[in-house]
Ligand binder design. Structure first.
Ligand SMILES: [Zn+2]
Length: 358
């Protein structure tokens, strides 16, 4: 049996180890990876403190309640030590209190690991590690259930999906400190195709994008430009950003926001696009709107901090960078900037602790 191990990052960039087909992981021969049998049994390891069991159960439930058949079974316990992670007979959710960097970046929230059989395209193992070292989950304003819903999407075989605005597999936002427990239609559709032989079609542009053809996906969307729905406008904006056509990205993200004005992530992204074009005023406007709607989403605070710093607005910069750390205490860029501004040793300490090692 040829076994492949895939490592999934939580908020590092997704690594394309294999071609993707419509949001699934695939083998080198383009077979879609999945579990041969449902439910996937992934047990709560004894390392997980009792008070967080409910987050794991809630996350599994978020997937299970949408289907007649159970997808994930977490109502079992495993007593194996963390060193058993490579044991393919043990599928567990581990709490890692020390040396989390052995599994991924030390500021990642969690990570899912897989093993699969290259010939049959069946998963043979999956484990989730939760970062209990960097984060004090009792204090941090990051919702563990939301994080675990995303990781369980990986457990089931879903890839990151940055072109659907509300997908739980849209990897970037889940470090943001807000709660999202409902799955998006695309998440459900991909699972139905994988495990329930659904005849429903995945949108054509999504299929093209999933094969890595960004220009092709843009072309397909533009043939229907006058009738695009909100999801498609968002996808178009994200695709244009990926090919560095910022003006088009701004145009379509603005159109998306006319339809979905309260999407704080999209407001952040629009601000970021404006900032990439050195338009500080528009960037600030959109970042502030994003914060108004979702005060626990940390991204716009960092960006505001950086812009105010460039504009020599010291007090505003300090306030926004401090706000970043209130939500995401391991944000080493914010720590580094605050140390430069205030020369307070605690920020230097935080930077040294969380910055990636060379
Ligand atoms: Zn992920």
């Amino acid at each position: 049996m040829r076994i492949q191990i895939i490592l999934l990052f939580f908020f590092a960039l997704p690594c394309a180890l294999h071609a993707q087909v419509a949001g699934f992981y695939t083998t080198e021969n383009d077979l879609s990876l999945k579990w041969a049998k449902l439910p996937v049994r992934i047990c709560i390891n004894k390392s997980v403190p009792k008070e967080y069991h409910k987050n794991i159960i809630e996350a599994a439930e978020a997937w299970n309640r949408n289907f007649d058949k159970k997808l994930i079974d977490v109502q079992c316990s495993s007593k194996n030590p963390l060193s058993d992670l490579d044991n393919v007979d043990d599928h567990s959710i581990f709490w890692v209190a020390k040396d989390f960097k052995r599994y991924t970046d030390k500021t990642s929230l969690a990570r899912t690991l897989y093993a699969f059989d290259e010939k049959t395209a069946d998963f043979i193992d999956s484990d989730v590690v939760i970062n209990g070292e960097t984060y004090n989950w009792k204090e941090v304003k990051i919702d563990l259930t939301t994080v675990l819903i995303h990781e369980m999407g990986h457990v089931l075989g879903l890839q990151h999906n940055f072109i659907f605005p509300q997908s739980v597999m849209n990897y970037y936002p889940y470090v943001g400190g807000y709660k999202k427990t409902n799955l998006e239609s695309i998440d459900l559709l991909l699972i139905k195709k994988m495990y329930f032989d659904s005849k429903d079609n995945v949108p054509l542009y999504f299929k093209i994008f999933s094969k890595g053809d960004l220009e092709g996906a843009i072309k397909e969307l533009l043939t229907r430009e006058k009738t695009l729905d909100a999801n498609e406008l968002y996808a178009l904006a994200m695709l244009f950003q990926k090919i560095h056509d910022l003006n088009s990205a701004i145009k379509y993200m603005s159109e998306y926001l006319k339809m979905v004005p309260n999407d704080f992530m999209a407001l952040y992204k629009l601000g970021d696009l404006f900032w990439s074009k050195d338009n500080a005023d528009e960037a600030i406007k959109n970042f502030k709107k994003s914060i108004e709607i979702s005060p626990n989403y940390y991204e716009p605070y960092v960006s505001l901090g950086v812009i105010y710093l460039k504009k020599n607005m010291r007090e505003d910069a300090i306030l926004n960078l401090k706000n970043t750390l209130k939500i995401q205490p391991a944000h080493y860029l914010a720590c580094s900037l605050l140390f430069d501004l205030l020369k307070d040793k605690k920020y230097q300490k935080c930077f040294k602790k969380y910055a990636p090692e060379k």
